[in-house]
Design a binder for this molecule. Structure first.
Ligand code: PGA
Length: 250
């Protein structure tokens, strides 16, 4: 990680925990939070956002959501708009997660609209990219990442309200982590893509997180890589001890 970029540790709870459980988890995180300069974000399910935001008030932990709809409002039964999410106190939203791409068929165009909608509503977006196992094995992973970046990021994106997360699909929830050098190689590549699309200055400022089976015992080696500016944590963010353990390395 570079001293110029503020480290981010974000927890993606996915579809786990009840509201009370989530509130208690946040209380435990706050009371055990190691001294850190890192920005800490928790992303609970939508139903928990408001309750969790009241717990996080006056703490140094920020709130994020896991999804927003790409349209501003309208007849989209069961969906939640970016403005609604922002009203709960959420400052961030995860977009482009591989589970959303895989199970809901989200495309690059959908992801771009969601980022724009989140940013228009005053939130920042945590934009996820990552290759599948066959793409890594075929040696085409950098091409896959380039495509995922190029089909989403354009001139309308506010890069000051954007975090990119590299999450190799083969490492998510599998216990298989990218090695620090594998992660750093892709992060450096992402920075080059951003330099090409935006500017060298923006590429040096944008924060790039690693996600995929990050745990307290592998966090330090990943987080000390030059281009790794933090982590997007799934499983290990559901437990205050392991989440705070990761934060202690940030
Ligand atoms: P994991 O999930 O840490 O459980 O692998 C990461 C993610 O999907 O964001």
């Amino acid at each position: 990680m570079s001293s110029n970029r503020k480290t981010v540790i974000a927890g993606n709870w996915k579809m786990n925990s009840g509201i009370e459980e989530g509130v208690n988890l946040c209380k435990e995180i706050i009371s055990n939070l190691p001294t850190t300069d890192a920005e800490i974000i928790v992303c609970p399910p939508h139903t928990h956002l408001y309750a969790v935001s009241t717990v996080l008030k006056n703490s140094s932990v920020s709130l994020g959501a896991q999804n927003v709809h790409k349209q501003e409002k309208g007849a989209f039964t069961g969906d939640v708009s970016a403005k609604m999410v922002a009203e709960t106190g959420a400052e961030w939203v995860i977009v482009g997660h591989s589970e959303r791409r895989q199970y809901y068929g989200e495309t690059g165009a959908d992801i771009r609209e969601k980022i724009l909608m989140a940013q228009e509503s005053g939130m920042g977006a945590i934009f996820c990219v990552g290759e599948r196992i066959h793409e890594r094995e075929a040696g085409v992973y950098l091409e896959v990442i380039t495509r995922q970046i190029n089909e989403v990021l354009d001139k309308r994106i506010d890069f000051s309200k954007l975090i990119i997360a590299y999450e190799p699909v083969w490492s998510i929830g599998t216990g298989k982590t990218a090695s620090p050098s594998q992660a750093n190689e892709v992060h450096m590549h992402i920075r080059q893509c951003v330099a090409f699309l935006a500017s060298t200055k923006i590429s040096e400022e944008v924060r790039i997180l690693y996600g995929g089976s990050m745990k307290p015992d592998n966090a330090e080696s990943l987080l000390t890589e030059e281009h790794v500016d933090g982590g997007l944590i799934g499983g290990a963010s559901l437990n205050a001890t392991s989440f705070c353990g990761i934060i202690s390395h940030a």
